[in-house]
Design a protein around this ligand. Structure first.
Ligand SMILES: Cc1ncc(COP(=O)(O)O)c(C=O)c1O
Length: 391
């Protein structure tokens, strides 16, 4: 039998991070001791309080069956009170919050609720791949907004043509930004929200890294307006729960109700015992403070090593990424090959893998993304190994 895949699937290049995993596996197969700064999956353990909560919850939830799509009352209450404390935003837990199976699910699926074929989604470039991929599967058209050093990684919505703005339904917004590590100012967020209000565009804010910050705290777009704004967050990065798949959406009740309707047709919600673990995580800030300190230590170790190599200072405000400019005369891939050299054995993501060419320009070219996910010990070792780099 001939199995034919869809034209949409056929049109896609490989998922960028699968390529990075392949690069790591090739090195490991050659017997090289790899230190992997590639995919953003922390290697520290999930906090004890979370693991304890899930153990208890498995028994407590022994007859739960299918989880309700909206989220358990306890989880919704925890999201409500966390949001109130963290951002001073008051949410109605019945109409303004929905649970999800981590941000990736919500980001990928959301366009299905709002895009008709040919409608535009405005997408940061470089950016988290599901912004684009979800748009494509919904038969929408991605239009890229380049994040460059010149625009301080905050593209001006005024540069979007009137024609594009008219056809756009969603603007994907991602601050703290992956991969650049940039935090958006209140003025910039307001400018983007005003642009969205003027053009009937949903501002969909992916805040996966809202809690991984250093010197200053990021704010949430919901602090400026709920109208047409949806904030998507999860426990993955905040609480080292990438494997648990627990997150939420909050904001405009019309967007939430459309998402709930969509989701009821797609899946069955996050397991209730996982939601209990997420609830316990949201009630604790100590482990998050500890996590932030760890990332800061790792960030500073790597920044010092880069400085010693005379690389440009690319200190991130937030997230666990360093969006490092390559040395002069090195493309992203050339620098990655140097890093993967036997004595170094460092894997990172070439910037051009996570950005699209727009008019023959790839804004990720000339950058390499380091995800600060190895342990502090391994990060120190990486810094030592970088001294072997002959640039
Ligand atoms: C910008 C961004 N959003 C969302 C996610 C995924 O988060 P989750 O684990 O909640 O699906 C990631 C993961 O790397 C990310 O970088």
């Amino acid at each position: 039998m001939k199995i034919e895949t869809s034209s949409t699937l056929n049109s896609l290049s490989a998922y960028a991070f699968d390529e990075v995993d392949k690069m790591r596996d090739n090195l490991t197969a050659k017997g090289i001791d790899v230190i992997d700064f590639g995919v953003g999956d922390p290697r520290e353990p999930t906090p004890q309080i979370v693991r304890d909560a899930v153990k208890t919850a498995v028994d407590k939830r022994k007859t739960d069956g299918y989880p309700r799509n909206n989220g358990t009352p306890e989880f919704l209450e925890a999201v409500k009170s966390w949001t109130e404390k963290r951002f001073s935003v008051t949410l109605d837990k019945n109409t303004e919050i929905a649970s999800n199976i981590g941000s990736k699910e919500a980001v990928f699926n959301l366009p299905l609720a709002f895009l008709n074929p040919g409608d535009i989604a405005l997408i940061p470039n470089p950016g988290y791949p599901p912004f684009e991929r979800g748009t494509i599967f919904a038969k929408g058209k991605p239009v890229y907004m380049n994040l460059t050093e010149e625009n301080s990684f905050c593209p001006d919505p005024e540069d979007i043509s009137t024609d594009t703005a008219k056809k756009a339904k969603i603007l994907w917004f991602n601050y703290p930004n992956s991969p650049t590590g940039k935090i958006a100012s209140k003025e910039y967020i307001k400018k983007c929200i005003d642009f969205c209000h003027d053009n009937n565009i949903i501002l969909a804010s992916d805040e996966a890294y809202s809690e991984i910050y250093f010197e200053k705290k990021p704010i949430c777009p919901l602090e400026i307006s709920k109208e047409g704004v949806i904030s998507i967050n999860s426990l993955s990065k905040r609480s080292n729960m990438t494997g648990y798949r627990a997150g939420w959406l909050a904001g405009d009740e019309n967007i939430i109700s459309a998402y709930k309707k969509l989701k009821a047709n797609i899946d069955s919600g996050t397991c209730t015992f996982i939601q209990d673990a997420a609830t316990a995580a949201l009630k604790d800030e100590k482990h998050v403070e500890y996590m932030r300190k760890n990332y800061q230590i790792k960030r500073d170790i790597m920044l010092k090593a880069f400085k010693e190599l005379d690389l440009k200072d690319c200190t991130p405000d937030a997230t666990f990424y360093i969006w490092q400019k390559t040395p002069d005369n090195y493309t992203s891939l050339e620098f990655i090959k140097k890093l993967m050299y036997e004595k170094t054995g460092i894997v990172a993501t070439p910037g051009n893998f996570i950005a699209n060419n727009v008019e023959n320009l790839n804004p990720g070219e000339g950058y390499v993304r380091f995800a600060l996910v190895p342990t502090i010990e391994k990060t120190k070792e990486a810094a030592e190994r970088l001294k072997n780099l002959d640039l």
